[in-house]
Design a protein around this ligand. Structure first.
Ligand code: KIV
Length: 262
C-alpha cells in the first residue's frame, strides 16, 4: 500500500481495511495479517493509558507509539494522529508536530475536523505530507458534542459534514475517516468524493472500514457499541492462558526438564 493506492482502491471498488496499532509487538503481529494499513490513533490515550478521552494524547506520546509501530511493522503503511489542538496553535507549531510525527518513520498524518483548518491541511499536503481527514464524530471534540454521539442525524448536520468532506478533498486529503455517522449520510459522502472514505460506525457503504484493534479483539467484553463486531474473545483467551501458567507454576508442572537448562 502507498498513498496513491488509496484512490486506486476506491476506483477498483476494493475496500480498504485499517486497524489501530499502538506498539511494537502488536505491529509485529499485524504485519503477518492481510490488513491494508495501520493507524496510530490518539485513541491510545484511552486504550493504552486509561484516560477517559483522546484529549489527553500529546505529541510526545504519539511519537513514542508511532516509532514503536514503525519498528514492529517496517513495511506497513502507517498513519499517525495529530493529537488534540496541535493543528490549532498556528502554522509553525502545527508543522513542528507534523515533523515530529513524520520523523518517526510513518507515512501520513490524520487530522480531525475541517472547520478553520482547510488551509493548514492544504499546507501540510503541499509540504509533501499525506493527510487523512476525519469527520463525523471527531472524538477530540467530545466535550463540544456533549459525549460520544452519532453525528449527522439531521439534514443540516449531514449537509455540513458533506461540505466539510468536499473541502477536505479539495485541500488534498488522500482519504477520509467517517466516524459514527448514519449509513445513508456516509453513503452520500462516499458517492460524492473521489477519495476513499473509511468508516467506523458509518455503515457498509464506505470505501473501507477501520476498528480499534483491542475493541475488535474483544479485550473489553463489556464494550460492545452497535457498530462493533468482536472477532475474538481476546480477554478470555489471555486470561485462560495466564491462569494456566499460574496454575502450572503452583503445581510445579512448569517448567519441565525440557524447558530447563542442563
Ligand atoms: O484514534 C483512533 O483510533 C481513530 C479511529 C477510531 C478512526 O481515530
Amino acid at each position: 500500500m502507498n498513498t496513491l493506492d488509496f484512490a486506486k482502491r476506491k476506483a477498483a471498488q476494493k475496500p480498504i481495511s485499517m486497524v489501530t496499532c499502538y506498539d511494537y509487538w502488536s505491529a509485529q503481529v499485524l504485519s503477518g495479517t492481510a490488513v491494508d494499513c495501520l493507524l496510530v490513533g490518539d485513541s491510545l490515550a484511552m486504550v493504552m493509558h486509561g484516560f477517559d478521552s483522546t484529549v489527553h494524547a500529546t505529541i510526545d506520546m504519539m511519537a513514542l507509539h508511532a516509532a514503536a509501530v514503525r519498528k514492529g511493522a517496517p513495511d506497513a503503511y502507517v498513519i499517525g494522529d495529530m493529537p488534540f489542538l496541535t493543528t490549532r496553535r498556528g502554522l509553525s507549531r502545527a508543522m513542528d508536530a507534523v515533523q515530529t510525527l513524520m520523523r518517526t518513520g510513518i507515512n501520513a498524518v490524520k487530522v480531525e475536523g475541517e472547520a478553520g483548518q482547510a488551509d493548514l491541511i492544504a499546507h501540510i499536503v503541499e509540504s509533501g505530507v499525506p493527510v487523512m481527514g476525519h469527520l463525523g464524530l471527531t472524538p477530540q471534540s467530545v466535550h463540544a458534542f456533549g459525549g460520544h454521539r452519532i453525528q449527522g442525524r439531521n439534514e443540516s448536520q449531514a449537509a455540513q459534514i458533506l461540505d466539510s468532506a468536499c473541502r477536505l478533498q479539495q485541500a488534498g486529503c488522500f482519504a477520509l475517516v467517517l466516524e459514527c455517522t448514519p449509513g445513508p449520510v456516509a453513503r452520500r459522502i462516499t458517492a460524492e468524493l473521489d477519495i476513499p472514505t473509511i468508516g467506523i460506525g458509518a455503515g457498509p457503504d464506505t470505501d473501507g472500514q477501520v476498528l480499534v484493534l483491542q475493541d475488535m479483539l474483544g479485550m473489553n467484553p463489556e464494550f460492545k457499541p452497535k457498530f462493533l463486531r468482536h472477532y475474538a474473545n481476546g480477554c478470555q483467551l489471555i486470561q485462560d492462558a495466564v491462569d494456566r501458567f499460574a496454575q502450572d507454576t503452583r503445581t510445579g508442572a512448569f517448567p519441565s526438564l525440557a524447558e530447563s537448562y542442563a
